[in-house]
Design a protein around this ligand. Structure first.
Ligand SMILES: Nc1ncnc2c1ncn2[C@@H]1O[C@H](COP(=O)(O)OP(=O)(O)O)[C@@H](O)[C@H]1O
Ligand SMILES: Cc1ncc(COP(=O)(O)O)c(N)n1
Length: 284
């Protein structure tokens, strides 16, 4: 059985496993690259970064964002993968079609993707939990046509599933239907997250590889402090993949990790607080 503590830690002075997060910054520190860096650090992984956008954000929402030039995003990936070396990669907020295209080109050059050496987790972030847009409307086609086909696993939430497939997930059958539709878009695995299925006492996520379904379910927490849950899950999965886990094992590890982080989530500001990996420091 996989425990949340299972990822091996590296002895002092030795180089840990490395991963890259290709994502936007959340000035409120709850989601985005800040959530990724916290999870990767507390999973014992050295996190590297390709910053895609700076958001002006707090617990109440995103008021604006400023994309990084696409060439600079691609160059960050090349610089890191070429020197430091990475075991897995993750994308979050990509903001524009040109940034997506630059990420795909750099990933293909550096051996990142479903048929390459380095697995790629694609979290198709389209909006914040408050409904504020984080991806240009016209970028959806580029996401599906260019990035999905090189993804090892895609991890949409139910709002993103609706945008991508037109399927409104309400139960186990429609969650499976959505996983099949997403898998047909080219990733090796599709993970349909059930975090927004608020009618259930469980929080079931469904993984599909084109043949088999795996349902990974944990108890649901009744909390509004779930900012950054999707980033935290995808980052923990990325850490497990960087350690050489299979995708189903990485999802199982990530799910337990994010569930523990939801248990430790806390209020922040006047809106939604973040899920928290700080429990790993041993305070409670
Ligand atoms: N209230 C909750 N209780 C337990 N698990 C949750 C809860 N909300 C989300 N999750 C889990 O957290 C992960 C992220 O889910 P979700 O909220 O769907 O994504 P996003 O943050 O991208 O909107 C999933 O594994 C989901 O099942
Ligand atoms: C920079 C950035 N990346 C991702 C999210 C999504 O996280 P959430 O769905 O919790 O708002 C976000 N709000 N900001």
């Amino acid at each position: 059985m996989i425990s949340v503590h299972q990822l091996p830690l590296t002895p002092d002075g030795q180089t840990p496993v490395r991963a890259i997060t290709i994502a936007g910054s959340d000035s409120g520190g709850g989601a985005g690259i800040e959530a990724d860096l916290r999870t990767m650090a507390l999973c014992g992984v050295h996190a590297t970064v390709a910053l895609t956008a700076v958001t002006v954000q707090n617990s109440l929402g995103v008021s604006s964002f400023h994309p990084v030039p696409p060439q600079t995003v691609g160059d960050q990936i090349r610089a890191v993968a070429g020197d430091i070396g990475i075991g897995a990669a993750k994308t979050g907020m990509l903001a524009t079609a040109d940034i997506i295209a630059a990420v795909v080109t750099a990933c293909e050059e550096m051996g990142i993707g479903r048929d390459a050496r380095i697995p790629l987790v694609v979290d198709p972030v389209s909006a914040s939990m408050h409904g504020d847009k984080l991806l240009a409307d016209e970028a959806m086609d580029t996401l599906v046509n260019r990035l999905f086909p090189i993804a090892t696993v895609v991890t949409p939430n139910l709002d993103e599933v609706l945008l991508l497939t037109d399927i409104s997930v309400t139960d186990e059958q429609t969650q499976r239907d959505a996983a099949v539709a997403l898998h047909a878009m080219g990733p090796r695995f599709a993970l349909v997250k059930g975090g927004h299925l608020r009618t259930s006492r469980q929080s079931p996520d469904v993984l599909y590889d084109g043949v088999d379904f795996l349902e990974i379910s944990e108890p649901r927490f009744d909390t509004v402090h779930d900012h950054g849950a999707g980033d935290t899950l995808a980052s923990a999965m990325t850490c497990a993949l960087a350690h050489g886990f299979t995708v189903p094992d990485a999802v199982t590890f990530g799910k337990r990790w994010v569930t523990r982080c939801l248990r430790a989530s806390y209020p922040l500001g006047a809106g939604h607080g973040p899920v928290s990996p700080l429990w790993r420091l041993g305070a409670s």
